[in-house]
Design a protein around this ligand. Structure first.
Ligand code: MNH
Length: 458
């Protein structure tokens, strides 16, 4: 016999909407998990949403025979821009399947290794900026890492320079994107009738147009002036899907370029910022990672083969994404009516379910009682490989897992190795306690640092 899934008390007509913090829903989801445990459900404006927090249940949901990705709520609204692009496509859309097969090799480890010099080009701009600003300047790592990851994905995927480091303010695309994502999220928690009444439509569609125009302009420019380079744009323009023999349409190409720009920078910049935050709070981890970088690289620039030779830095990155996964949850749905936990909970086909990766990465049955501690040692000496299946899943799961994983990994390891090699970093406010900023992804809020060139200390 199944038992009812717990639900916090709800308000007639509105349901549990008010249970969620407007600015940082994650904080509410973390709190609800502490109160209700491995599973609970919310009623959001008439829709039931089931949240899963434990490793055991999340592992059960990581089975593509029973569950698949669901594009719902905020993500459904993001389709207003990205349509059937990789991130927001429904599972069976034909253009998705073509794009997925065609792009997998373009995001594979070999192709990504070939992008190291483009990545370094942008990384050097960050280093130069921090050197020029000097040790007394208050730096905003979330801001500069966003410049970096945005410029990197743009330069690598379509050989287009955003030049964010030459602008004091975020470039217009980033502003439009931020506003678009925030509004998409709000739309998901607002009855449809209010959309027009609130008068946010015009601005929403202007933002969409700005981003589409840029992508379409880049595609048209490339078609008019072909270049011989292995970037993702050329792959999409010229390759055929091996299975169907089809090429991607210009429209689908533009949607996927915008998808890369969006999916390819917020998560990585959040990860870089969290990594710096964790290292500055954990001096022994910082000392160890510094010693490793010095012994492997000395004073020379990191080469692509060095990046697989930095096990402690790798563990730092894994632990960063365990404790603070920047894509904190993913949506799935059961293909058929089913039960979870050995018959304990009944769930209807099509129900929206959230795997709260943030919470399952804190399951003491997998990680021990010190789950809130930042301890890269959890992942060294083969321990990472011996984790229970699907216990670490910051990049999602299955066919719909992150296509940009190898890209992000190389970018983040190169930047961390380079920055830690060159600078002594200190928090601007030593008493800073972590606060979160949530958009589609999570990053630290109000975290500032100083960066002193190590050569200035000698
Ligand atoms: Mn990424 C899907 C996390 C970097 C492009 N990404 C996902 C998913 C997660 C994720 C989780 C699955 C979402 C879901 O189930 O709904 N991604 C990350 C993290 C980083 C990241 C934590 C960096 C750190 N992602 C990148 C980069 C790109 C990228 C860089 C570059 C283009 N991600 C994608 C795309 C998808 C995706 C595209 C959708 C893939 C698909 O559904 O086929």
């Amino acid at each position: 016999m199944s038992i009812p899934i717990p639900q916090p008390p709800s308000i007639p007509f509105i349901g549990n909407v008010t249970a969620l913090d407007k600015d940082v829903p994650l904080n509410s989801f973390a709190l609800l998990a502490k109160t209700y445990g491995e599973i609970y459900q919310l009623n959001i404006l008439g829709t039931t949403i089931i949240s899963v927090n434990s490793y055991a249940l999340a592992n059960e949901l990581s089975d593509e025979k029973r569950f698949q990705k669901q594009v719902a709520a905020g993500l459904l609204q993001v389709r207003n821009l990205l349509g059937d692009g990789l991130f927001t496509a429904f599972n069976d859309e034909p253009d998705y399947l073509v794009a997925h097969r065609l792009l997998m090799p373009a995001f594979g480890p070999m192709a990504i290794k070939g992008m190291i010099e483009e990545m370094r080009d942008i990384c050097d701009q960050l280093v130069l900026k921090w050197e020029r600003f000097g040790p007394h300047a208050t730096l905003d790592p979330a801001d500069d890492f966003t410049r970096l990851t945005f410029d990197t994905i743009s330069y690598c995927s379509m050989s287009y320079r955003m030049n964010s480091f030459y602008s004091d303010k975020p470039v217009p695309f980033v502003v439009a994107m931020g506003d678009f994502l925030a509004e998409s999220d709000l739309r998901a928690s607002r009855p449809r009738i209010l959309q027009a009444v609130l008068g946010k439509n015009a601005k929403y569609h202007e933002d969409i147009k700005l981003m589409k125009d840029l992508a379409e302009q880049v595609v048209a420019e490339r078609q008019a002036n072909p270049i011989d380079k292995k970037d993702m744009l050329n792959t999409m323009l010229h390759q055929k899907d091996p299975q169907s023999g089809r090429k991607m349409s210009a429209e689908n190409i533009a949607r996927n370029l915008i998808t890369f720009l969006i999916a390819g920078h917020e998560t990585s910049s959040g990860m870089l910022t969290f990594a710096v935050y964790h290292l500055l709070r954990n001096p022994s981890a910082l000392r160890k990672v510094r010693a490793e970088i010095d012994s492997v690289l000395g004073n020379r620039p990191a080469q692509v083969d060095d990046l697989s030779n930095l096990p402690y830095l790798t563990a730092v990155m894994r632990e960063t994404l365990r404790l603070t996964p920047t894509a904190s949850k993913r949506g799935v749905t059961p293909l058929q009516d089913t039960t979870l936990g050995g018959g304990k909970y009944f769930v209807k086909a099509g129900t929206t379910m959230l795997v709260h990766v943030w919470n399952m990465h804190r399951d003491p049955l997998v990680w021990g009682e010190d789950v809130e501690e930042f301890r890269p040692e959890r992942h060294v000496d083969g321990k990472f490989e011996k984790l229970p299946p699907n216990a670490w899943q910051p990049f999602g799961f299955g066919v719909r897992a992150c296509i940009g994983r190898a890209f992000a990994w190389q970018e983040v390891i190169l930047v961390l190795a380079t920055v830690l090699q060159k600078f002594d970093l200190t928090p601007a406010d030593p008493s800073y306690t972590l606060q979160l900023k949530q958009t589609l992804t999570i990053k630290p809020k109000g975290f500032y640092i100083h960066a002193r060139r190590r050569t200035d200390n000698q």
